[in-house]
Design a binder for this molecule. Sequence first.
Ligand code: NAD
Length: 340
Amino acid sequence: MIKVGINGFGVIGRRVAYAISKQDDMELLGIGKTSPDYKAKIGIEKGFNFYVPEDSHKQKFEKSGFSVSGSIDDLINNSDIIVDATPGSLGEMYREKYLNAKTPALFQGGESKDLAEVSFVAQCNYEKSNGKNVVRVVSCNTTGLSRVLSSIDKNHGISKVTSVIARRAVDPDLPKGMVDSVSLDPVSVPSHHGPDVTTILPELDIVTMAIKIPTTHNHVHSLIIDLKNSSTTPDSIIDTLKNTPRVMLVSSKNGVKSTAHTFDLGRELGRDRGDIYESMVWEDSITVIGDRAYMYMAVAQEAIVLPENVDAIRSVLQTAPREESIKKTNDSLCIGGPTS
Ligand code: NAD
């Protein structure tokens, strides 16, 4: 059993904890957390062990009637691998700790690419993380784009990609108040997403622009893809995406017309927290005019990187080859479709 420690128990860390506890080759050793809030309470009821950064945090936990299992340093030393899901700014500090303890670590997409030796999306570059010490599971948008674009490039050839991203302003659990604006995020072009995709697909010519909109559920991409193969048809792209792991085709013909519907779809599927782990592409948006393809894609920001975190553990520790890991992860999270 691989002993996994998770540092940070927010939007991503909580979901990774759930996903790890579903793997038959992994044991969730414990979770690094700073505050004894309702999330810690429910975690303790589920049998999770919590570790804290400082003595002051330990006192806060004990004052609330929660016991802690040790310090985050203990967790780091006793784990085979750490999944770091702390806020973006802490990566540099924790990286030192992980390296000193000789415990390999996965960081998340909020960290700079330079913090890690490799950026990771399972179906694109699984083997590159084999035996590495520090790996970055890329952000939700980069994961969503990389899956879809790598497959379209492989099957139809891409000469250039443009994506305009309408981004959720905040996550649903953040009480940041009402947002009554469309915020250019950033004003300058490109947004960071396109360059980030090239950490996974270095040959891809991609430009992204992003605006934040007053919603909490899902990002939506308007994708414009210049194709090398001018005989590509919408049906052939649909066929390609049907055969791409972790891509879900949705359709307005079945009533999926907005992010309200993609959000509801996750709950209707009976997934944990209503999470959707796949890149969702609207089948009936896929259009080809000349040598240019157009489509809309939604990304459930809280969930899409979960399977990648699980696969990255097996890749770093070299306990399973790509296809076997993707299959194990998919089966455990009820993700259907192909695995290679
Ligand atoms: P979050 O703020 O929801 O959670 C961060 C957690 O870390 C919290 O539980 C916080 O209490 C804890 N923490 C704070 N300081 C700590 C410390 N010193 N030691 C240990 N834990 C500490 O953040 P998040 O949204 O889960 O994001 C985590 C990472 O995942 C970021 O890099 C982010 O960019 C990336 N990411 C986020 C999303 C998303 O949509 N939220 C999607 C993909 C990737």
